[in-house]
Design a protein around this ligand. Structure first.
Ligand code: AMP
Length: 514
């Protein structure tokens, strides 16, 4: 900034090295260094509340409560509600409001219980032929429709997108001021990756009604086209934080009209380092909006985000029990040396049947490219999906895989989040993931929509720290646990105990470890 000021304000072409037309430009002299007005931070801080209210003055009021509980839902006894939650992915709910707790609404068991007064939504649901709400939808809809902020801890594949989109449509079309007179979009969905953003947009276009217009704004896509659409007027913006922040900073988009905000897959957005962009985006979104956040996991970072951006939320936790409870995926684990992984994978691919479709997960982009070119050399058609590929190539890869032009997709976790391909028969974990949640997530790519699937996982001695958590998951899902894995978990435990013991000897004042 200083250099820019010098170059533009001094009217001279300042040359690095200090001389211009033979004379030195002394930047310490006042005439060469025009003064900028000093910002009075103390006064700004003192008057913060005043400036805040000035910033949001004149915005229309927000209507948030649209819920009319059906007599069927209202008549459920506490025992029935508890049993329903237990049997539906062991849902747990809590009110995070401080002080007196509110009553968590009963789940809705049928679409009619919640959308009876919204015939457009009911018509769309009938058109696609859904039988009943998924567990997260049953529990989330009555909360969101009452205007309460919600944190939904749920994986992709649980129906979480429609859990926030349907109430969002109602919110958008039921405001006192019609949507085309609000001067900007009313709903914003922030998503971590282009793939997920595009998938949310596809769901949005499929179920939207009353001429609701949506746009997907993501890095790598056609920036000019996105700007043109945004400036023509849209109701819903689905965006990755980086590109939206770019449009916002350049005044192409007005975020003050947003009254319904979704932070989708918040844990993944944090993992990808989007927190600064999210912070900047939310500075321009009115604080009295309604906010829904989804996340597959609930670590400290996500809790912090929730505390900063949600107001008195409720939380609905859908356990990762899909795996354990549904048992639609057979999980096979093989403990082998690192150097045998390739040969193992190739013999697995040879054993595939013509209708099988497999996603091979690897840890690094380089490995993805490497394996893909290996297959290419052998004349086996594959596609690969990772963060270093051009956007158009990634879309093509996904399309080829979805349509079955290729039956093998090599992917990193980064690119695979939110991947919704119904007929994947196998997941092959070439590299073990960075954490056990990701394992659950990967395995859940198969066995979807009532089908069965198989997950094959290679574990090497480098992965020993995950062995005991993996055993837990396998046991919960009634799967075979290989003896080598049990031995590996034991060795890791012993080594940790040895390490702890050594630390205690070095630092005798240290508290004994558990
Ligand atoms: P999501 O968890 O949002 O990625 O959704 C996964 C898939 O489930 C999507 O293809 C949805 O269209 C589908 N889906 C959403 N709600 C339902 C429902 N109530 N019944 C059956 N499928 C659904």
């Amino acid at each position: 900034m200083l250099i820019d000021n010098l170059v533009t304000n001094s009217g001279q072409n300042y040359v690095r090295g200090g001389t211009e037309k033979g004379k030195t430009l002394d930047i310490t002299k006042p005439e060469n260094n025009p003064k900028k007005p000093v910002i009075n931070w103390a006064s700004l801080r003192e008057n913060r509340a005043k400036y805040e209210s000035m910033k949001w003055a004149g915005l229309p009021p927000i209507e948030k409560n649209f819920y009319k509980e059906s007599s069927r839902t209202a008549s459920m006894s506490q025992e029935e509600v508890d049993l329903w939650r237990k049997e539906n992915n062991d849902i747990t709910c809590d009110d995070l409001k401080e002080g007196e707790k509110r009553c968590i609404p009963n789940p809705v068991c049928k679409f009619e219980d919640v959308f009876e007064y919204y015939p457009d939504i009911m018509a769309n649901i009938r058109r696609v032929g859904f039988q009943k709400p998924t567990p997260i939808q049953s529990q989330a809809w009555p909360i969101i429709l009452q205007g309460i902020d919600l944190i939904a801890i749920a994986q992709t594949g649980t129906g979480k997108t429609l859990a926030y989109l349907m109430p969002g449509f109602i919110h958008l079309t039921s405001q006192p001021i019609p949507k085309d007179q609000r001067g900007g979009p009313g709903m914003l969905v922030l998503a971590p990756t282009r793939e997920l953003a595009l998938q949310v947009e596809a769901e949005c276009s499929k179920y939207a009604y009353k001429g609701i217009k949506s746009i997907c704004v993501y890095g790598g896509g056609d920036r000019k086209g996105q700007i043109d659409t945004v400036t023509k007027g849209v109701d819903i913006v689905i965006a990755t934080p980086g590109r939206l922040n770019d449009l916002q900073m350049n005044n192409f988009i007005n975020l003050k009209s947003i009254t319904y905000l979704v932070l989708d897959e918040a844990d993944r957005m944090l993992d990808m380092g989007f927190e600064p962009q999210i912070m900047k985006i939310l500075i321009d979104v009115r604080p009295d909006r309604q906010t829904v956040m989804t996340s597959a996991t609930w670590p400290d970072g996500v809790r912090r985000l929730a505390k900063s951006y949600l107001r008195d939320p409720m939380i609905v936790y859908v356990g990762t029990l899909d795996l354990a409870a549904v048992n639609t995926v057979q999980q096979k684990v093989f403990v082998i040396p690192e150097e045998e992984k390739r040969a193992f994978m190739h013999s697995f691919i040879k054993s595939m049947k013509p209708k099988d479709k497999v996603i091979i997960f690897v840890g690094k982009k380089l490995t993805a490219d490497d394996l893909a070119s290996d297959f290419g050399i052998q004349g086996i058609p594959v596609q690969s999906l990772h963060g270093n590929r051009e956007q158009c190539d990634r879309e093509q890869a996904l399309d080829d895989f979805k349509k079955g032009k290729v039956r093998i997709l090599v992917a990193t976790d980064l690119a695979s989040r939110g991947l919704d391909v119904h007929d994947i028969t196998h997941v092959f974990n070439f590299d073990f993931p960075r954490n056990i949640e990701e394992y659950v997530h990967r395995v859940g790519r198969t066995g979807r929509a009532g089908r069965t699937g198989e997950a094959v996982t290679l574990v090497t001695s480098n992965d020993w720290r995950f062995a005991s958590e993996l055993i837990d998951i396998l046991e919960r899902a009634n799967q075979v646990v290989p003896d080598e894995l049990i031995a590996m978990a034991e060795r890791y435990k012993q080594s940790q105990m040895r390490k702890d013991g050594e630390k205690d000897i070095q630092r005798p004042w240290r508290k004994p470890s558990k």
